[in-house]
Design a protein around this ligand. Sequence first.
Ligand SMILES: [Zn+2]
Length: 87
Amino acid sequence: MTNTICDGGNRISAASFPHPNLHALWAEVAYVSLDDPIERQVVEQMFVKAPLVLYCVKCGRLHLDWRDGSVRTYAPTPDAPPTTPHS
Ligand SMILES: [Zn+2]
């Protein structure tokens, strides 16, 4: 998901690292499977393999890359104005 054109027309480049609006989606079971202390290399491998969520700051849509070749887009309901995930 290096470049995504949002349904709202916004072109989003996710090529930069770290990207402020690109998130890894981890299941809780993946987190609890880690040994203590958590090693950075192990976390990086989890990040590389995890589904990615790209947030569009213009319209609030979420683009979910399942890492299987499919990307699904989720839009906020019409009565919910876009907000930043960091507010
Ligand atoms: Zn958008």
